[in-house]
Design a protein around this ligand. Structure first.
Ligand SMILES: Nc1ncnc2c1ncn2[C@@H]1O[C@H](COP(=O)(O)OP(=O)(O)OP(=O)(O)O)[C@@H](O)[C@H]1O
Length: 261
């Protein structure tokens, strides 16, 4: 087990753990509140998210999707169980190391873009690397901005970009550091369908061309159909999964989950 004060990477994955997923939850429990107000948001979730795979997490409202993502991304602390990133259990890390791991090993794409308004697109993309004192990989930077159609937008500030362009900047920012995993929380929630499709296609390409691992929370069966796999949650537990999902199989699975409740 890594020391809570030392930088924990690169680790050797403990041999007894379930799979060589880039991200793995082992019997993860998250309880909010106490007594009458207690909510068991995660009730023993064990699931592995494969390396270089695009996985969507779906389930009814309140099923624990965001909580699972937040615990696996080190944004929230689980009550018990393990949240493994490349074999390192995030639940054992100090706040300081966890912050460092989040900054250097995890990419985030949020519904609300979360760009800094006074920085150009270029500076927004490289900001996490700048903060970590690392230089961007020039080739990867060029690849991403070309693929995302941002080449002639790099000098613009977020207010001078469309929503779709802002989210593409956020995707480039999440990926330019070659993180262990990119977590995307409703990345197309604020986009029109065409911009949403562009962002999803780009994320899928990054998985298949660059070997990026992507885990996305979404309510949208159309968005989930871009993924290689869907993990379904209900009442804080894994309720099933779909390999090579399409719109119909996802809609059907969600309907069955709703009927079963
Ligand atoms: N900070 C909190 N304090 C108390 N309860 C919380 C907190 N965050 C989430 N919960 C509860 O935990 C459960 C799971 O919430 P979570 O947000 O993970 O679900 P979700 O599947 O992402 O929902 P949605 O699809 O509506 O975003 C819900 O019952 C929610 O009310």
């Amino acid at each position: 087990m890594p020391s809570p004060t030392a930088h924990p990477f690169p680790p050797a994955a403990p041999p007894h753990l379930p799979t060589a997923g880039a991200v793995t939850a082992v019997n993860l429990v998250k309880v909010y509140g106490k007594g009458d107000t207690e909510v068991r948001a995660l009730d023993g979730v064990s699931v592995a998210f494969g390396r270089a795979r695009f996985t969507a997490i779906m389930g009814p409202s309140g099923s624990g999707k965001s909580t699972l993502m937040h615990c696996l991304a080190g944004l929230d602390r689980a009550t018990s169980g393990q949240a493994l990133l490349a074999g390192v259990d995030l639940t054992t890390l100090s706040d300081r190391v966890l912050t460092q791991v989040r900054r250097e090993r995890i990419g985030f794409v949020f519904q609300a873009f979360n760009l800094l308004p006074h920085l150009t697109a270029r500076r927004n993309i490289t900001l996490p690397l700048d903060l970590a004192g690392r230089r961007p990989d020039h080739e990867l930077f060029q690849h991403l901005v070309t693929e995302l159609g941002l080449t002639d937008r790099l000098g613009h500030r977020p207010s001078e970009l469309s929503g779709g362009q802002q989210q593409r900047v956020a995707v480039a920012r999440a990926m330019v550091s070659r993180p262990e995993v990119v977590f995307a929380d409703e990345p197309t929630g604020n986009l029109d369908s065409r911009s949403g499709a562009e962002v999803l296609a780009m994320m899928r390409n990054s998985v298949h061309e660059l070997g990026q691992t992507v885990v996305m929370v979404t309510h949208d069966p159309g968005a989930a159909a871009y993924a290689d796999r869907v993990v379904l949650l209900a009442d804080g537990r894994v309720a099933g999964e779909i390999d090579r999902p399409d719109h119909a199989s996802v809609t059907d699975a969600l309907r069955q989950l709703a009927v079963g409740r």
